[in-house]
Design a protein around this ligand. Structure first.
Ligand SMILES: *Cc1c(COP(=O)(O)O)cnc(C)c1O
Ligand SMILES: [Zn+2]
Length: 428
């Protein structure tokens, strides 16, 4: 018997196999998948093994990513793991959310509770640990904000240099401030996210930087654990639906891969359906799926208040399409008005999220209205980012200052004289 699992990367287009874990893209241009050695791992892992690590204070099992070490990167040694105890994020239910979506059994998994405030930390602990394992000293990414915040933090923690490429003036302040503060070299590109993405891919190899965008297959391996952890939280009983905001499509891809692996490993006996939700101003994946296009047609000028999903040319669309097909999933789009209405509902439930995250809740409501989701089904919405990431969007909503958005559920402050009488007049 082999002492170690096979570890290979495989091109999703031409099926070429690579044993070098540092390769990010096939010569043919295709994206790479990490091949998980199901037969080997089947003997090593079980629900009981993962349950025995729950609540552990021991490194690295205290992390909701590394609790699933064998399924993330089995060859990586403990001394190369760079972790901030990711995951272990809460599942919220609230009558307001059920009433809003008309789905009784709906829960929100809050990935904004990760160390830097978004799910990106799950892929980043995996990506930076791979970088350390491979002996890299400089990492780079293009980002709408959260990837750069996360990469900057993990790189500094690991003693690496980081370079982030961000679109000029289209990044939420919470995210930009994190990237600067955590010590990344920040390059603002005179262009949008898609321009930044093209530029970082063109310059990373040339300048010896290890690329940590979600085309990096190890990032996807970390993001699978959102689903591993969810299924474990549910006592290994899969829900009917998982609804997720969709931008560059790393999560949609990772969730599909996670479900296939759990199923093949015998850890679940049913595969949940994925609902992948785009903003209608940045909806190339929705168009591709709805119109059965063979190839993704990029949206030239993506536009949405949800900056985290303001992406016109998503890099992982093929993997994501495969995930939708494998899970009998659907793709939907929601308007900025629907996103901000849903956000106000999530926020005023005491849960809170950044605009892009609310696309999942808005999408669940829309799929219920369309008769795709049944009101009795069990639905999980992924909340991707923390409410503090984009205070401008929140404040301007409550002050009714957002262009083309009706602040239907706003809660503006009231200015009063500093007298008891004035307070009495307000509080009645
Ligand atoms: C990155 C991000 C997304 C988009 O996720 P993809 O995997 O790129 O589809 C959505 N919401 C938030 C808050 C994000 O940071
Ligand atoms: Zn190839």
């Amino acid at each position: 018997m082999n002492a170690e699992p096979r570890s290979e990367l495989k091109c999703i287009d031409c099926c070429k196999v690579f044993s070098d874990a540092a390769v990010n893209r096939c010569g043919c241009g295709g994206l790479l998948d990490v091949v998980v050695d199901i037969d080997f791992l089947k003997e090593k892992i079980s629900r009981e093994l993962f349950d025995s690590r729950l609540g552990s204070t021991k490194f690295p099992y205290m992390s909701g990513v590394w609790r699933f070490h064998e399924l993330v990167n089995p060859l990586i040694r403990e001394e190369n793991i760079v972790s901030r105890s990711e995951g272990n994020t809460f599942l919220y239910t609230h009558p307001k959310i059920s009433e809003y979506t008309q789905i009784k059994n709906i829960s929100l998994k809050h990935e904004g509770e990760n160390p830097t405030g978004s799910f990106k930390d799950r892929g980043m602990t995996s990506g930076i640990s791979a970088a350390k394992h491979l002996g890299k000293d400089t990492v780079a990414c293009a980002s709408t904000g959260n990837t750069s915040a996360s990469m900057a933090a993990y790189a500094s923690l690991a003693g690496m240099n980081s370079v982030v490429f961000i679109p000029e003036g289209m990044i939420a302040f919470g995210k930009l401030s994190q990237a600067l503060a955590y010590g990344a070299r920040v390059l603002q590109i005179k262009g949008n996210f898609d321009d930044a993405m093209a530029l970082v891919q063109a310059s990373a190899n040339e300048l010896g930087m290890y690329l940590l965008n979600s085309i990096n297959p190890w990032r996807i391996e970390g993001q699978k654990t959102i689903m591993f952890e969810l299924i474990q939280q549910l006592g290994w009983n899969p829900p009917d639906w998982v609804i997720v905001p969709a931008g560059n499509l790393g999560n949609t891809s990772a969730f599909g891969k996670a479900f296939c692996e759990l199923y093949d490993l015998g850890l679940i006996d049913k595969i949940p359906r994925i609902g992948s939700i785009q903003a209608s101003g940045a909806n190339p994946f929705y168009n591709t799926w709805k119109n059965h296009l063979k190839k993704l047609e990029a949206v030239e000028k993506p536009d949405t208040i949800a900056t985290a999903i303001r992406i016109g040319d998503p890099v992982s669309w093929q993997k994501a399409l495969r995930a939708i097909k494998h899970t009998n999933g659907v793709v939907e789009e929601v308007t900025d008005q629907e996103i901000m209405d849903a956000k106000a509902t999530v926020d005023s439930s005491g849960i809170g999220c950044e605009p892009a995250s609310a696309a999942s809740v808005a999408g669940a409501k829309k799929l219920l209205d369309a008769g795709v989701i049944d009101s009795k089904e069990k639905v999980i919405c992924i909340i991707t980012g923390n409410i503090l990431k984009d205070p401008d969007a929140t404040i301007n909503y409550h002050l009714s200052k957002l262009l083309d958005i009706t602040s239907r559920f706003n809660n503006p402050p009231t200015l009063i004289e500093p007298t008891l009488a004035a307070v009495r007049k307000e509080i009645t």
